[in-house]
Design a protein around this ligand. Structure first.
Ligand code: NAD
Ligand code: UDP
Length: 318
């Protein structure tokens, strides 16, 4: 892009949790942003503050249908992301992953745009390698209740690399690990939103299994910063690159942290672990550190504090 030319960026899934924060960041960086979303799991509320911004445009659009817009860069985020959401609409989820990827890759070819895929740590499945590096091919159940998402995202990665091989398309693939922060959906069933909402309502904190399984949680501001940095890398750098916070905690530790921040009278309640629930997950972010000059800045305690403030306002109106 020459000096003074405004870069036009398309964000699919831009009305979702991560997508809306990415739209905010891109606008702060002086981009013209087109947000395309069908509101299946996202909401108008997440982007209401952007209406009236002359650099922001919203398109109600389903990515399984081809799209024609002028764009220089595409961030492809459209996809339900929480197990509760995608298991409710498994076939639509695979369709969104696969047709959505094809349609956005075709758009990138037609418009000469760079395109970034929001892939996921779920491509590693229930990993046998710990922490997970990008070289690990994964351990995914192809026929289980998580397969629509895991295999859909794996297929999308395959498509990105085939388009690259066929058309030399400037692709970028990031594998996002568990992310949390304001604008998570209060009933998406994800562990951070569940625990915070339960604690704020003094309801039991539901731990699935014995709480010894682990996740590594990245604050959303850190994540979108890395995504923007990835898009800005030279054309010959395509990834995949892990993006996440390597600080790994057990689910029991997370419950105790949330209870410590919220206070209240919630008790911990143990429930059965869902099928195919990965036992542990921690990103190796060596590649992101060296290629993006990036590492997460927000500690879990601080990020949870911000997220609790958001949910407190949402639930109690204060
Ligand atoms: P989200 O559900 O809040 O956002 C997804 C957005 O995509 C929603 O606004 C939804 O309405 C939209 N969408 C879904 N299907 C669509 C379709 N067919 N056409 C147009 N829009 C559609 O989820 P999120 O947590 O913000 O996740 C965003 C992306 O990041 C997803 O691709 C997800 O797979 C990926 N990701 C998220 C996490 C995480 O921890 N949140 C981890 C790994 C990967
Ligand atoms: N989990 C839990 N209680 C809940 C929600 C989730 O113990 O109320 C567990 C879940 O079984 C998983 C972990 O927390 O082991 C993270 O779940 P989430 O759905 O947030 O993300 P994912 O499993 O996709 O990493």
């Amino acid at each position: 892009m020459g000096t003074g030319v405004i870069v036009k960026v398309l964000v699919t899934g831009g009305a979702g949790f991560i997508g809306s924060h990415l739209c905010d960041l891109l606008l702060r960086q002086g981009r013209q942003v087109i947000c395309a979303d069908n509101f299946s799991t996202g909401s108008e509320e997440n982007i209401r503050h952007l209406s009236g911004n002359p650099h922001f445009e919203f398109l109600k659009h389903d990515v399984t249908v081809p799209l024609e817009v002028e764009t220089d860069e595409i961030f492809n985020l459209a996809c339900p992301a929480s197990p509760v959401h995608y298991q409710r609409i498994p076939i639509e989820t695979t369709r969104t992953c696969v047709y959505g990827a094809i349609n956005m890759l075709d758009l990138a070819c037609a418009s000469g745009a760079r395109i970034l895929q929001a892939s996921t740590s779920e491509v590693y499945g229930d990993p046998e390698v710990h922490p997970q590096t990008e070289a690990y091919w994964g351990h995914v159940n192809p026929i289980g209740p998580r397969s629509c998402y895991d295999e859909g995202k794996r297929c999308a990665e395959a498509l990105f690399f085939d388009y690259r091989r066929r058309s030399k398309l400037p692709i970028k693939v990031v594998r996002i690990f568990n992310t949390y922060g304001p604008r998570m959906h209060p009933s998406d069933g994800r562990v951070v939103s569940n625990f915070i909402v339960q604690a704020l309502r003094n309801d039991p904190i539901t731990i699935y299994g014995d709480g010894s399984h682990t996740r590594s949680f990245c604050y959303v501001d850190d994540l979108v910063d890395a995504m923007a940095r990835m898009m800005a890398t030279p054309d010959d750098f395509v990834g995949p690159v892990n993006i996440g916070n390597p600080a790994e905690v057990t689910i029991l530790e997370l419950a105790e942290l949330v209870l410590g921040i919220v206070g209240g009278t919630s008790k911990i309640e143990f429930k059965p672990l869902p099928q195919d629930d990965p036992r542990q997950r921690q990103p190796d972010i060596g590649l992101a550190r060296s290629t993006l000059d990036w590492s997460p800045r927000v500690a879990l305690q601080d990020g949870l504090g911000e997220t609790v403030r958001y949910f407190r306002r949402l639930i109690n109106g204060n």
